[in-house]
Design a protein around this ligand. Sequence first.
Ligand code: DER
Length: 223
Amino acid sequence: LTQDELKTLVGQAALQYVVPGEIVGVGTGSTVNKFIDALAGMKNQIKGAVSSSVASTERLKALGIAVFDANEVESLSVYIDGADEIDGQGHMVKGGGAALTREKIVAALAARFVCIADESKLVKALGQFPLPVEVIPMAANHIARRFQAMGGQASLRLKDGQPLVTDNGQHILDVKGLSITDPLAFESQINQWPGVVTVGVFAHQKATVCLLGTAQGVKTLDY
Ligand code: DER
């Protein structure tokens, strides 16, 4: 099975967690896109979605699925999203798609976080994938120096040669060379730094279950 086929497999498997008649929380990325495409098949059985990015909103709307603002819902039964890395406890590194801030917001609304990922995302320890950090632009260099002081190498994410601007109008640093041995403590520590909007460690908002696409089929990992 190709990676794309594994993503389709887990995107379809996530439908079983969608509660009929409700609004579902939807993440961002190529794996989530497979879920959105599968969700279209049951669009008459759900009320709609709360989206974590402009990109996902556009895909949902194009498929005829109503999109609600996060402020229109009190809570969600489930949030479906991908990850760049997930460890054995359901802690994740996210932000490869530059949507980490709104992803963490929508995840916070949901009772359950269902992570959908191909097996390449499962790691023993977080930090191999360059850690995305959404920052207020004026603080970027200061924050980059603080990561350097802890052994990391931060670089501003570019798009077409210019700093990428997120849906929230901020910039993203990608930080290499970190070994995140205590994700909960690390997330709390970095969140305190002035200028950090969101750090791409999802430990406080970790997954409750991961549908992992493998050559042997979908493995369900409960946390
Ligand atoms: O940006 C994100 O957090 C995405 O969910 C990312 O982590 C997974 O994207 P992918 O499914 O395209 O690998």
